[in-house]
Design a protein around this ligand. Structure first.
Ligand SMILES: Nc1ncnc2c1ncn2[C@@H]1O[C@H](COP(=O)(O)OP(=O)(O)OP(=O)(O)O)[C@@H](O)[C@H]1O
Ligand SMILES: CC(=O)N[C@H]1[C@@H]2OC[C@@H](O2)[C@@H](O)[C@@H]1O[C@H](C)C(=O)O
Length: 369
């Protein structure tokens, strides 16, 4: 068990976009954020990315999973060895498959990368496998950042309910009320995945233009939204479900066939509008209107997406940089914060974040030999 008081922890996240690994240092006692430290990024090479893509949707023991895990462990070891001052590592790994409802058989979630290997290589305790316990206990296993987002709102000195919106491959929101004494009390936090965000836009760009993503939203800004596609998208039963709810990266993959007849710009504009409309639909579930929506993740750099969001949402939609946070690193920082909570036996999720029946602490701790 970690001694009491604040410690520097490093968190690392390999997100659903499969672009690379983010790592960042946070000084925390597991409740408050005292300081943010250095951060770094390690992109995957083309061949590494191909290995990860090939393993998407696969479970432990299936073809390609060991290779993917090796890619994840190598990239993390390289990146984290440069963040020397950390006492403890929070290692999320790479989600390859996520099925909290058991639609494919058994309820489970799979993050590639073995924390025991990293603990050995780095010579430090590593907290990992953050999601499995939550799913085993009946939760969605995601999102896990909400308790951290609550601490961010406190750290930024906010005094009214706000929403943190993460626009990665998938979108997720944390509605938080910083007037509450703790993230764990009822009414402090409500979180859920909103729908697909960048993943379908990236897939479109990759398929048609051999690029990685719609930089700045330039292509979408030139196109027109096909309202019938948008309507068909919003008819998906996911939007009728009450939170908590979470998604796998490819749950909405069929959306690409809906835009197959559109030209490139109209298809990009339509997928971008779908991502924004999904977030706006999520607003139906907020316990009270937020004073602002603070956007983190790569999607905040997509102007078409930010404009589409603001046009559908009644409060200011701003990048998290406006309250002094780092939108490239917030998820990595979240896993540093959560690692300290796990090491101290504090909960990492609860009924209002993942739908798990009671507050629970997930995560395994691996010590170096
Ligand atoms: N300049 C930019 N313009 C437009 N979109 C961008 C830009 N930079 C990044 N993105 C988008 O953001 C994505 C990366 O976002 P981020 O790193 O937050 O996702 P992630 O962490 O992999 O995903 P998740 O949060 O779902 O796990 C890219 O794949 C791209 O779609
Ligand atoms: C299963 C899984 O890896 N989910 C990710 C993914 O990426 C965004 C969204 O879907 C969110 O639910 C989650 O990540 C963030 C960091 C979270 O758990 O809060």
């Amino acid at each position: 068990m970690l001694k009491s008081g604040p410690v520097w922890a490093a968190g690392a996240m390999s997100g659903t976009s499969l672009d690379g690994v983010d790592a960042a240092l946070v000084l925390t006692d597991g409740t408050r954020i005292l300081d943010f430290g250095r951060s770094d990024y390690r992109p995957y090479t083309e061949s590494e990315r191909a290995a990860l893509h090939a393993a998407l949707g696969r479970w432990p023991g299936e073809a390609g999973v060991e290779e993917a895990a090796e890619v994840v462990e190598t990239a993390h070891a390289e990146l984290l060895s440069g963040l020397g001052e950390a006492r403890l590592i929070g290692f999320h790994g790479q989600t390859l498959a996520h099925d909290p409802e058991g639609r494919l058989g058994r309820r489970r979630t799979h993050q590639a990368g073995d924390g025991t290997v990293l603990a050995e290589v780095l010579g430090k305790p590593v907290v990992w496998d953050f999601r499995s316990m939550d799913v085993e206990m009946g939760g969605q296993g995601a999102p896990l950042a909400p308790f951290f987002h609550f601490a961010c709102a406190k750290h930024a000195g906010l005094e009214a309910p706000v929403v943190f919106l993460n626009l990665g491959g998938v979108g997720n929101v944390s509605w938080v009320d910083p007037r509450q004494p703790s993230a764990e009390v009822p009414g402090a936090v409500l979180a859920f995945d909103t729908g697909p965000a960048n993943a379908p836009i990236n897939d479109l760009i990759r398929l048609r233009l051999k690029g990685e993503f719609d930089a700045g939203g330039e292509l979408a800004l030139q196109g027109r939204v096909d309202e019938s596609v948008l309507e068909a998208f919003l008819a998906h039963p996911f939007f009728l479900r009450m939170p908590p709810k979470s998604l796998d990266r490819n749950d909405f993959h069929d959306i690409l066939t809906l835009v197959s007849a559109l030209d490139d710009a109209d298809a990009a504009a339509t997928l971008t509008a779908c991502a924004a409309a999904a977030v706006a639909r999520g607003g139906e579930h907020y316990p009270a209107p937020p004073a602002a929506i603070y956007v983190t993740g790569g999607g905040r750099l997509n102007q078409a997406l930010m404009v589409a969001l603001q046009s559908r949402i009644n409060c200011p939609v701003q990048p998290v940089e406006d309250i002094g946070l780092d939108g490239d690193m917030l998820e990595a920082q979240a896993f540093a914060y959560l690692a300290v909570r796990v090491a101290r036996g504090m909960p990492t999720s609860g009924p209002s974040t993942t739908g798990v029946a009671a507050l629970i602490g997930g995560g395994k701790i691996s010590q170096p030999d």
